[in-house]
Design a protein around this ligand. Structure first.
Ligand code: ADP
Ligand code: ZN
Length: 731
């Protein structure tokens, strides 16, 4: 680790502070009265303001201390550990992100400035009230009822139905005792010694291997079809980690999955783990941030940002559905949580479990080369079988325009309806229709600030831009030629599919699962549970349904457009389609009844469709890996995407060309530079976009070369440069 030796700074000694302000460097200060040590959270003056920072190392300048401003104060928070500082520094270097921005990710909890938040509580005193009244008696009753626990004023007044003054008077008389306690309390203890489910021989062997691996850095791919018990097995690794007194983190790709998972943890360990994602309240975030640092939280379940918490001793990171593209953060700091999990684990000495039925090609290759260990769960738990998969050749189906459920698929759904079983119709497109055109002039309604068509959302009665979120009323007259009543929806979205399904199966109960149709994660969870309990005959869903939900009554999956992901020049088009189709198909037949997956396609002979149907996964990966290797593409070579954006197109192209003309630092490491070219989505939120692509060998210092390259030119005001290392998307 490239960390400085000095750990303590006496009063007035010069030191460097990394702040969360958008600066790409540390700032020098002098230590406060009581001195400071590396890792201390501090408040420092910056211009007229006071900002949050962390003591990062010795001062970088030679200025005499008298010329430096003084650290205002050291905050009442445990200092940041070397491990986390090293992780932030390495993650910043890897992603070419300013360290200050990384620190920002690691301090996204409110109240860090305020110190330990306290709250006033009351306990039973020794003296009885001077005069007993009904109200006072009720207070005593409540207090005894809680077995002498300390309660807040609100808790008492609510439970006893009295006013605050009753409680305060009792306190002044000594009948109640006032005290201050920290507001943030430890999470209930999880008990790793509780027995888990009885494991099948396959599962037991996997669990034994994962348990044995705990204690040191290492990565294991846990591969098994949906329903094979991966969760059950990695909870055994969590148990081992907890029993060693270390902390475990489980990352899930979708907030909607957390509620169900947390219940499983509660059943397994007797208490709920801590939860960290955008749906968690600020108070709870503050508590978790503090507790995880003090060891008052043993297990965290969360979204990718949970990787940046100040764990006291992180022993295990599970990345569930590790192939999921939502692990890649696509705005702000561009990082892949799966890769950053491996980085943090290598610094913290933790184990990583990457769980998936359809691993990312990168992960598969790493397990082939022995860099990662690999454990396979071969069968589904119990009697459930993987579904039979077949293609429906749309070229030979009689399907009128504006209809998407082929006669063959319709018959299959009808059969399930008669048997009282569920069907899933899968279409990875939100909204009613992707395009709205005018039949008079052919105009397509565009977003006024993006290079994107507006998508009709009939449920919300709006057109919506999926790039920037702008909405507009659905026009009755063409915005271009003005002709009334000729606007026309083209192509299917889930809402339109719902309409077709209701018309085709008038007696069926139809439910739609699409992220935009639910006001809250709770409403979505309720719908998912209702479906699991059999309260729908036909489920229509976007990729939301592909992620780990258990629908025991589901025996048929119909993929409306299996070709959807195959178009386009995306590096991962084949891989993504393969994963998505297998994930979706895996929803069928999870209980006693076998499942069937039908893929509607215009190209049943496409190699990817053939691979999906044949189920020859290893064959698919080998072929895909060989192709990437021959092209020098990831994971055999490396890519970096450079996205330049600006409201001024001429300036943008000029700058991009000037940058491309100075490619020396890139050429020196043998990298190739492609572009500049207008991005596939050439304008977003009024900003024009241009892309460049860098391709390099695995082993060259790519990040350093990119830094040198971009440092040659100062971009004009308003022109932004985003560097996307290991890009997942190319829009
Ligand atoms: P995966 O994570 O691979 O999709 P899960 O761990 O969620 O699989 O298991 C699928 C279902 O089978 C769950 O309902 C789970 O509780 C059940 N299951 C798996 N293994 C066992 C077991 N050994 N005993 C009882 N139920 C199990
Ligand atoms: Zn837009």
């Amino acid at each position: 680790m490239d960390l400085p030796e000095v750990h303590h700074f006496p009063p007035d000694a010069p030191l460097a502070v990394l702040t969360t302000q958008p600066l790409d460097r540390v700032l020098d200060y002098r230590a406060p009265e009581g001195g400071a040590q590396i890792g201390d959270f501090v408040e420092v003056p910056l211009g007229p303001r006071k900002v949050l920072g962390v003591v990062w190392g010795p001062a970088e300048s030679d200025l005499p201390p008298t010329r430096l401003r003084r650290v205002e104060r050291v905050l009442d928070v445990p200092p940041m550990r070397d491990e986390l500082r090293a992780f932030l520094a390495r993650a910043a270097d890897y992603t070419l992100t300013p360290r200050s921005l990384m620190l920002f990710l690691a301090t996204r909890a409110p109240g860090l400035f305020q110190g330990q938040a306290m709250r006033r509580v009351y306990q039973l005193g020794d003296t009885p009230p001077e005069r007993m009244t009904d109200a006072r008696a009720r207070v005593l009753e409540v207090m005894t009822g809680y077995g002498g626990a300390a309660l807040t004023l609100t808790e008492i007044t609510r439970a006893a139905g009295v006013s605050a003054s009753v409680v305060q008077t009792m306190a002044s008389q000594g009948a109640l005792i006032e005290a201050e306690t920290p507001r943030d309390t430890p999470y209930p203890r999880l008990d790793p010694a509780r027995p888990g489910k009885e494991l099948s021989p396959d599962q037991a062997e996997a669990a034994t291997r994962l348990r044995a691996a705990q204690g040191d850095f290492g990565v294991t791919l846990l591969k098994g079809v949906t329903g094979s018990g991966k969760t059950e097995v990695y909870l055994e690794a969590v148990a081992e980690c907890l029993s060693k007194g270390r902390q475990a983190l489980v990352l899930l790709p979708e907030i909607a999955l957390t509620a169900g998972f947390i219940e499983r943890v509660e059943v397994r360990f007797g208490a709920r783990p801590a939860e960290w994602h955008s749906g968690v309240t600020m108070t709870e975030r503050r508590r978790l941030w503090r507790m995880v640092g003090q060891g008052g939280a043993q297990m965290v379940v969360g979204a990718r940002s949970a990787l940046f918490l100040p764990y006291r001793d992180l022993g295990l990171i599970v990345v569930d559905e590790e192939h999921d593209s939502s692990y890649k953060q696509e705005d702000g700091v561009l990082y892949n949580a799966r890769d950053m999990a491996v980085l943090r684990a290598s610094i913290a000495g933790s184990q990583v479990v990457l769980a998936s039925a359809t691993p990312a090609l990168e992960t598969w290759v790493n397990s082939e080369t022995g860099k990662y260990a690999r454990i396979d769960l071969h069968a589904r738990y119990g009697v459930a079988e993987l579904p039979d998969m077949r293609a429906i050749d749309l070229r030979s189906e009689d399907l009128p325009s504006g209809r998407w459920i082929s006669p063959s698929l319709k018959t299959a759904v009808q059969t399930r309806l008669e048997a009282g079983e569920q069907s899933l119709l899968f279409l990875n497109r939100r909204g009613y229709a992707p395009v709205t055109t005018c039949r008079a002039c052919g105009h397509q309604v565009q977003c006024h600030q993006c290079d994107a068509r507006m998508v009709e959302h009939r449920f919300q009665q709006r057109l919506m831009c999926h790039k920037c979120g702008a909405t507009a009323p659905i026009p009755t007259a063409c915005p271009s030629c003005g002709v009334e009543g000729r606007m026309h929806a083209v192509g299917p979205g889930v809402e339109r599919l719902e309409e077709e399904a209701r018309a085709a199966f008038p007696d069926a109960r139809v439910a739609v699962l699409s992220s935009d149709l639910f006001a809250s994660a709770r409403a979505l969870k309720a719908q998912i549970e209702a479906i699991a309990e059999g309260e729908a005959d036909i489920v229509i869903g976007t990729q939301l349904v592909a992620k780990g939900h258990n629908f025991p009554h589901l025996t048929l999956v119909g993929v409306i457009d299996a070709d959807l992901g195959l178009h386009g020049s995306d590096l991962r088009a084949a891989e993504r389609t393969f994963q998505l189709m297998r994930q979706v198909a895996g929803r069928a037949g999870r209980a006693e009844r076998p499942g069937l997956a039908l893929l509607q396609t215009h190209q049943p002979d496409h190699p990817v469709i053939r691979a999906i149907l044949s189920g020859d996964e290893e064959g698919f990966w080998r072929a895909e890996a060989a192709e990437r290797q021959s092209l020098g593409m990831p994971p055999y070579g490396r890519l970096a995407g450079i996205i330049l954006s600006s409201p001024k197109p001429e300036e943008l192209f000029e700058f991009a060309q000037a940058l491309a003309a100075r490619a020396e630092p890139l050429l020196r490491i043998g990298a190739q530079l492609y572009g500049p070219a207008p991005a596939p989505v050439a304008r977003v939120r009024g900003r024009h976009r241009v892309r460049l692509l860098i391709k390099a060998a695995r082993t060259v210092p790519l990040q350093a070369a990119i830094s040198q390259w971009t440092a040659q030119l100062k971009p004009p005001h308003d022109l932004r440069i985003a560097v996307d290392i290991d890009p997942q998307s190319f829009w």
